[in-house]
Design a protein around this ligand. Structure first.
Ligand SMILES: [Zn+2]
Length: 434
């Protein structure tokens, strides 16, 4: 273990409450493993660089494979580099999956992804220790390239496994360094043909569970270690253009202007009040604004802006999209500017089945934790898996809500409580189904 990993592990264990070591679950093992993975791709800022399909991601996968094999799992890898560690039960017709990813954004943190994989694996360790023999088959999964820093589109591994990969697009895509998709795969011992054969029959999968850091502050604000995810929001990205009349800033009187930037400002100011008109979980964000010609003494001729619109239910998300469009139409009329839209992305949100929510809620209560429900605003592998199979997600409190940054932190107490909740949820699904 390198110096960083050692201090990382010490920090995790410094305030660990050892009473959470129970039912075969071991906080020191989890801390040790998180620390060992944190040393792979370590940056000078004490963050991690494990881009999808990099040698660092490969190295992290290989480390987890070693632990999977030691724990008695049969390890396979599909054509997309997704790693599947299987513990066969007597009943192989019912499969329960749990996992996440080990890649990161550039200079990211040490919990986003690895925590979900290691929590899923810790359950197998706990069963081994207590002699629990699961009836159904259990799989621990590492999905490739979840973050998508390489090709600017995430969930690559889960997209391949669920058969949702866009072959035409991927075969022509280049990564951030200008390398072709097939060449990037080849660097880590994979190939494009194998990637597109990774689609798997998921009929036997009863549920996929994912533990993930919250990446927000709601659990912290409510002083809770874990939360139950109610649904995964699907984004709709609108590109909106307001076109007016460019002119000289000095020579055009104020009453003779069609200024698209003033319209864009008015539009942006009114966006925040719309989400609460459709639901409590809906959000809308103006994230990009391009002003043309962007001159200091020129009244702008055009403004092109984006709105990111999300909710966990398709109906309310789509309702919000129509409200945003209506607002843009009203604004364009009021300011006398021309309006055009382009829908860049519309991904369906993934609702979480009530029976899965109840299973996780029961597990949370068994750990004497107040059940707290919250939506996931970000996409995860569970979002892609959710297109094919029921999914459940457990969020773990993030310190200060920070993620995708070296300062990302979750206490070992919270992480281990998530293992217990996941373990009880998986065991309940083993015994009663979902
Ligand atoms: Zn993640």
């Amino acid at each position: 273990m390198n110096t960083f990993s050692r201090s990382f592990s010490d920090r995790l264990l410094s305030d660990y409450n050892y009473t959470f070591n129970k039912n075969g679950v071991c906080g020191e093992r989890l801390a040790n493993r998180l620390a060992l993975l944190s040393g792979i791709g370590l940056t000078s800022d004490s963050g991690t660089n494990r881009m999808g399909f990099s040698k660092e991601e490969r190295c992290a996968k290989d480390q987890v494979i070693e632990w999977m094999e030691e724990a008695g799992l049969t390890v396979q890898e599909d054509g997309a580099g997704n790693v599947i560690g299987t513990l066969y039960g007597d009943d192989q017709q019912h499969v329960i999956m749990a996992g996440s990813h080990v890649d990161s954004v550039p200079n990211g943190g040490h919990f986003d992804g690895p925590l979900g994989v290691l929590c899923a694996l810790e359950i197998v360790e706990a069963w081994k220790e207590t002699g629990y023999k699961p009836q159904k088959t259990y799989e621990v999964v590492i999905f490739s390239d979840e973050e998508g820093s390489r090709f600017k589109s995430g969930l690559t591994g889960s997209t391949a496994m669920t058969g949702n990969a866009d072959e035409v697009k991927l075969r022509s895509v280049k990564d951030v360094n200008g390398q072709a998709f097939g060449d990037v795969l080849q660097n880590v011992g994979l190939n494009a043909d194998g990637f597109f054969r990774a689609k798997r029959d998921l009929n036997r999968v009863e549920v996929f569970y994912e533990v993930h850091i919250e990446q927000g502050k709601r659990l912290e604000q409510n002083n809770l270690p874990v939360g139950i995810v109610t649904g995964i929001a699907g984004p709709c990205w609108l590109e909106i253009s307001f076109k007016g009349k460019a002119g000289h800033a000095g020579n055009t009187p104020m009453n003779d202007r069609q200024d698209p930037l003033v319209a864009a400002g008015d539009f942006t100011r009114q966006i925040p009040k719309l989400p609460r008109e459709v639901s409590e979980s809906a959000v809308a964000t103006v994230g990009q604004l391009h002003v043309y010609p962007n001159g200091i003494n020129v009244i702008p001729g055009e403004v092109v802006m984006t709105v990111d619109i999300r909710d966990i239910k398709k109906e309310s998300r789509d309702f919000l999209v129509s409200k945003v469009k209506k607002l843009a139409e009203n604004i364009s009329e009021q300011h006398g500017v021309k309006l055009s839209f382009q829908e860049k992305v519309r991904i369906p949100p993934v609702p979480i089945k009530n029976s899965v929510l109840m299973t996780v809620e029961k597990a949370v209560k068994l750990e004497h934790i107040h059940p707290f429900y919250l939506p996931s605003g970000a996409g995860h592998d569970a979002m892609m898996m959710g297109r094919q199979v029921p999914v459940g997600m457990i969020f773990v409190r993030s310190k200060d809500g920070i993620s995708h940054h070296p300062d990302e932190w979750s206490s070992l107490n919270d992480c281990v409580q998530a293992v217990h909740v996941l373990k009880k949820s998986v065991e309940a699904t083993m015994e009663r189904g979902v």
